[in-house]
Design a protein around this ligand. Sequence first.
Ligand code: ZN
Length: 222
Amino acid sequence: MYLLVLWTFLFGSPQISQKVSDRFSNHPKTENKDPDEVVRFKNKTVPKVILEPVLKALAYFPDLDSVDITFEFKENISGAVMQAQPKIFSLFVNGKEDRKYRIKITRELDLGGELLPIEKIPIDALVGWIGHELGHVMDYLKRSSTDMMHFGARYFLSKKKVTEAELTADGYAIGCGMGLQILANKTYILNNEGFDVEYRNKIKSLYMSPDQIISMSEALEK
Ligand SMILES: [Zn+2]
C-alpha cells in the first residue's frame, strides 16, 4: 500500500491518465500554433504561452533563482490543475541543494464541458496559481530526499497532511508578497460554476479561505 501511494506521488496514476488522454484525444487541438515551444533561462524551462505569468510569479521568489524548475503541460493531472514535484531521478541522485523540480500544469481547464486553455484565465488568478506551486517548491527545498518520500506518501494517506502542505504553500506565496494573486486565484475557483462541485469543495476545505488570506496579508503588512 505504502509503495503504491509512493508510486502515485512520484509518477502519477498511470490508469487514470491513460483513460483521460483517450478522452482528450478526440478533442480538436486549440488554436495554439505550437504549444510545445519552450523557453529556457536560468535553470528554468517554461512553455512559451505561459512565459509571462511564470515570470511574474517567479519575480516574487528570489530564493528560487538558482533552483532548477521545469514547467510542463499535461492533458490532465488527477484531481488537480497544477502540481509541483521533485524530479524522481534527481530525488535519488542530487543532494537537496541541487534537486530539480517539475511543475505540471493542465493544458486546458474543463469548465463543465467548455475547454479553456490555461493561459486564458485571468492573469492574477493564473499568477497566483503558479505562485502557490512555487510555494510548494519552497517547502520541498528544506526537506531531505527521505523526508520528501515520506512526505509524498503521507500526503496521500492523511487529509491533515494535505491541509498542512497546502496552507504552507499558500503561506510561502503570501509571505513573498503574493496575497493579492493568491486571493484572486481562490476567488476565481470558488466563484466559477464551471469547476465541478467536488473540486470547489476540495479547495474550500483544504486551502486558505479568502478571509484567511486577507488577514494573513494584512498581518504581514504591519
Ligand atoms: Zn497545492
